[in-house]
Design a protein around this ligand. Structure first.
Ligand code: UDP
Length: 449
């Protein structure tokens, strides 16, 4: 296809950080743009690479990162710093080569980059290419991040504040404890701010969210960037893609769910990155046992400190719950959340998990761990009222929350609101819906570059 200047539609080069929750929506966005007629290239780290066989029409550009794994033993900010430093030269080489090839074909290049891969923005600007930033977090996280920055600069946020339940003045609905990175060491936060403050001004911004859900935060984003903002989510409902599969999915859980009564199972997962200590997980186990509810628990190998998989679980817990509980390593989460037997989701509140839960009308128990998860949990529990946040990590409290979500009238009310959101999502992605139209706007924007 050609744009108004008679040039062929641009080649779109997307790059994602190697986190599951970033790679999956990046591939979904790539697939959506490919369906609209764009040629696609994916620049990726060698850690957790995407599987090219799932996307035969894409070009793949490996970046020399010199990293062997996501290093969760060191600090998050060190990892991001090294990733940015190491990937930059090969990204630049790929783009330089692609520019001369595309010039011959009378075609420009547009780069869409994950915010974490900030080097991609600066390389693109240096090479005179349009650079669009793609955010895979909630829109609400953005003003919260700015609030955290401002409070720290004004000396109004100290590390010990993270436990504070008080509302932050002028930053409704956030409490101090909800602010991003409030649980991270201050050095980590400062290094991240140093990395992210070097971000270029992008040509446009894409957010994996829905305008009707996060209108106010999107307006703040628009005011901040002063460039077009496209809210095109939830992308998994716009273009379902094969799972990114950093881990093998255990599909036996679906046949187990088939045998359970409707809305009777609580699904527990803390995503692809969070690690928790044995003591907390043992409390979770006993709360599940005492609640008498059916459960499906995805325990990711390596997600429990000092435990390879589920050795931390007491044998009498396994014996006591074997008739009504299933523990697996990794599940097909999107499929599972749409299953009739699932009635609740106990989640760390990663944004993909929230979008997937909202899209299927499933209420939540929120147990956020870090980064944007506290902000997401606050919106789920306090603003949208489709979940309850776990505040005290002991079995009695957890048991009571399970019953409130799965059995009590309160849970039913949350489910009704969640189902309302499911309808909102459905409308947003349909022809004429806000996300559908925003994607059309993005297509128009890229094709004119
Ligand atoms: N996920 C999955 N199977 C599991 C657990 C998680 O497929 O057993 C997927 C889930 O569907 C979601 C992603 O992993 O798309 C987790 O992303 P999220 O943003 O929720 O959290 P993160 O892993 O980035 O902390």
């Amino acid at each position: 296809m050609k744009n108004q200047g008679g040039r062929r539609w641009p080649l779109v080069v997307l790059t994602s950080s190697p986190f599951h929750g970033h790679m999956t929506p990046t591939l979904q966005l790539a697939k959506a743009l490919h369906a609209k007629g764009f040629s696609i290239a994916i620049a990726h780290s060698k850690v957790n690479p995407p599987d090219p066989s799932n996307h035969p029409s894409f070009m793949f550009l490996p970046l020399s990162d010199n990293l062997s794994a996501i290093d969760d033993s060191g600090s998050f900010s060190n990892f991001i710093h090294t990733l940015n430093k190491n990937c930059k030269p090969s990204f630049q080489e790929h783009l330089t080569r692609l520019i001369s090839e595309q010039n011959e074909e009378n075609r420009s290049i547009v780069v869409i980059y994950d915010f974490i891969m900030s080097f991609a923005g600066s390389v693109s600007v240096d090479l005179n290419l349009a650079a669009i930033v793609f955010r895979t977090c909630s829109a609400a996280y953005f003003p919260a991040f700015l609030a955290r920055l401002q409070l720290r600069q004004e000396g109004r946020f100290l590390e010990q504040d993270y436990a504070i339940q008080e509302m932050v003045p002028n930053f409704h609905p956030l409490r101090y404890k909800d602010l991003p990175f409030s649980k991270s060491p201050i050095e980590d936060w400062q290094q991240l701010v140093a990395i992210f403050s070097k971000q270029i001004r992008p040509s446009a911004v894409i957010w994996n969210t829905i305008k009707s859900l996060e209108d106010e935060s999107l307006t703040r984003i628009q005011e901040h960037y002063q460039v077009p903002v496209f809210a095109v989510g939830p992308l998994h409902k716009i273009t379902p893609t094969p799972p990114t599969n950093f881990l093998q999915e255990d599909i036996t859980c679906i046949s187990w769910l088939d045998k359970q009564p409707p809305k009777s199972v609580i699904y527990i997962s803390f995503g692809s990155l969070v690690t928790l200590d044995k003591k907390m997980l043992t409390e979770i186990a006993w709360s599940l046992a005492k609640s008498n509810q059916r459960f499906l628990w995805a325990v990711r190998p390596g997600s429990v400190c000092d435990s390879e998989w589920m050795e931390f679980l007491p044998e009498d817990f396994i014996e006591e719950t074997k008739e009504r509980g299933l523990i697996v390593k990794w599940v097909p989460q999107r499929e599972l959340l749409s299953h009739f037997a699932v009635g609740g989701f106990w989640s760390h509140c990663g944004w993909n998990s929230i979008l997937e839960s909202i899209s299927e009308g499933v209420p939540l128990i929120c147990q956020p761990a870090n980064v944007d998860q506290m902000v997401n949990a606050r919106y789920v529990s306090f603003v949208w009222k489709i979940g309850i946040e776990l505040e005290r990590f002991e079995r009695g409290e957890m048991e009571s929350l399970i019953r409130r979500v799965m059995v009590d009238e309160e849970g039913e009310e949350m489910r009704v609101r969640a189902i309302g959101m499911k309808e909102m999502v459905k409308e947003a992605v349909e022809n004429g819906g806000v996300s559908h139209d925003s994607l059309e706007g993005l297509v128009g924007f890229i094709s004119s570059c």
